[in-house]
Design a protein. Structure first.
Length: 266
């Protein structure tokens, strides 16, 4: 609560007696003076070395100018763990499924944070129990900055946290080609060869390219088509053998491997 007038804040830290007795605890607990007072609120940042590996109890009370003290605040009991080293060597690698993050760090729990370009603050992406994480929500062409923090779960909704890792900026560039189209089929008719194939499922698919070989010659590109997985090759000539292959193109211009060849003779 705010400290007003001549009130003194009596905050103490000590080992909990067993059985618990607030007077016994207060008699042996260490009294900590406030380090800063801002907007009538006392703020503390205490070295943990003396308490590392121990379970401590913290409570506070107010003492008036007349020397009379209030009741103790709610009692907070917590385990103090050794300082946790901040994760280091945070690296980002592009993948077809997002940004793969890796780092060095001791411990079994890590928190991953991300800030998109233009955003005012970092947001938590998720947690990991290993030294890697896949940001599957990252979008191609966008700039991001990442941070990683180690933490220890102390139970009862409490955690001990490390400092944040150094910031890692990264732009996810699309250098990943779509899968090659599957099940290409070629059906000859009087004046055309009708091609069809299974549709690709990539979210950034832009269309397809059709390649043709005539009478065993080299494959040449003959068409670019939309996302509809079909093409009608006409006119074609009787007595010639036609071979076809199809590739998929994404919106960044990446081209897949060619499909399996389909043949048709007129």
């Amino acid at each position: 609560m705010p400290i007003k007038g001549d009130l003194e804040l009596d905050l103490r830290i000590g080992i909990s007696p067993n059985p618990w007795n607030v007077e016994s605890w207060a008699a042996k607990a260490k009294k900590i003076p406030p380090q800063t007072l801002k907007d009538d609120v006392a703020q503390y940042q205490l070295p943990s070395l003396a308490w590392t590996g121990k379970e401590i109890t913290i409570a506070a009370r107010a003492i008036g100018a007349n020397g009379k003290a209030s009741s103790w605040s709610n009692i907070v009991t917590m385990a103090v763990v050794a300082p946790i080293a901040a994760p280091a060597d945070l690296a980002a690698t592009p993948t077809a499924n997002g940004v793969r993050l890796t780092w060095r760090g001791a411990g079994q729990h890590f928190r991953i944070l991300r800030r998109a370009e233009g955003s005012p603050a970092y947001v938590e992406l998720g947690t990991s129990t290993t030294v890697e994480f896949l940001d599957s929500t990252a979008e191609f062409g966008k700039k991001y900055s990442y941070l990683v923090q180690a933490y220890v779960d102390l139970g009862a909704h409490r955690e001990a946290e490390s400092d944040l890792s150094p910031e890692r900026p990264f732009t996810l560039e699309d250098k990943f080609a779509p899968a090659a189209p599957a099940n290409l089929r070629a059906t000859a008719s009087a004046n055309s060869v009708e091609l069809s194939w299974d549709a690709n499922t990539e979210s950034d698919l832009a269309g397809y390219r059709v390649y043709r070989s005539v009478n065993g010659g080299a494959f040449e590109k003959i068409a670019e088509v939309s996302e509809i997985p079909a093409y009608s090759d006409k006119p074609v000539e009787a007595g010639k053998a036609y071979r076809y292959a199809v590739t998929a193109i994404d919106k960044s211009g990446n081209e897949s491997e060619r499909s399996a060849v389909a043949e048709a003779s007129l």
